[in-house]
Design a protein around this ligand. Structure first.
Ligand SMILES: [Zn+2]
Length: 212
């Protein structure tokens, strides 16, 4: 084998190994998950959310429908609604969004909305006052049981992840979520994405456990 061919081989193997020990980092914009009662109230009784396109996690979709968030200090229009419907309505904001709306949502794992912040949700045809359900979602990584085994982690673990953006950063306390229904991907919000100079295709790598 020529030296050139050997170099190419080493390069390819290194790239494959890096690929195996890392994952894609996706930035999630502000969005809302709605329960049945709130879909009825905002879009009419029995309305079904219409998929505009699928998302990286199987079964999740971005709906055609949009809504407006109204807070004590401001409003944000044209907010994405993710389907399918959920048991409880949940609004996921960045800290920047929360400041512009004038609310103080806690940083929580998805689904853990007890005692979280309040907002008004509005459409052309309805309005809902959400007493709780507004959170800043904790950064997390979705993976299958096979991925978890490869990375040596379990569902519910907190890990540190180095994200290789234009200004690389280590994110602490990243929640590991394991399910055979997931596809391997890390989710951060746009405040976090901007902090590390994220762009589409940027990858993350677990660098150790994390307490926080
Ligand atoms: Zn996610």
């Amino acid at each position: 084998m020529s030296e050139e061919a050997l170099d190419l081989l080493v390069e390819r193997i290194t790239a494959e190994i890096l690929d195996r020990i890392s994952f894609e980092v996706e930035a999630s914009g502000r969005h809302v998950h709605l329960c049945r009662d709130h879909i009825d109230a905002l879009f009419g009784k029995g309305h079904s959310l219409t998929s505009s396109r699928g998302l990286s996690q199987p079964a999740e979709f971005l709906s055609v429908e949009r809504l407006t968030l109204v807070g004590p200090k401001g409003t944000i229009e044209n907010v994405a609604i993710l389907g399918p419907e959920r048991k409880r309505t949940q609004v996921e904001l960045s800290i920047t969004d929360a400041k512009s709306l004038g609310v103080k949502p806690p940083v929580r794992d998805s689904g853990d909305t007890g005692g979280s912040a309040s907002l008004i949700l509005k459409t052309a045809t309805g309005e809902v006052t959400l007493d709780e359900g507004v959170i800043v979602a904790h950064r997390h990584v979705h993976m299958t049981p096979e991925d978890a085994e490869r990375f040596g982690v379990s569902d519910g673990d907190r890990v540190s992840v180095r994200v290789a953006g234009d200004r690389p950063a280590v994110f602490e306390g990243v929640l590991v979520r394991v399910s055979p229904r997931y596809r391997l991907a890390m989710h951060i919000d746009y405040d976090e994405a901007n902090a590390c100079g994220w762009s589409a295709g940027v990858r993350g790598r677990i660098v150790g456990p994390s307490d926080g």
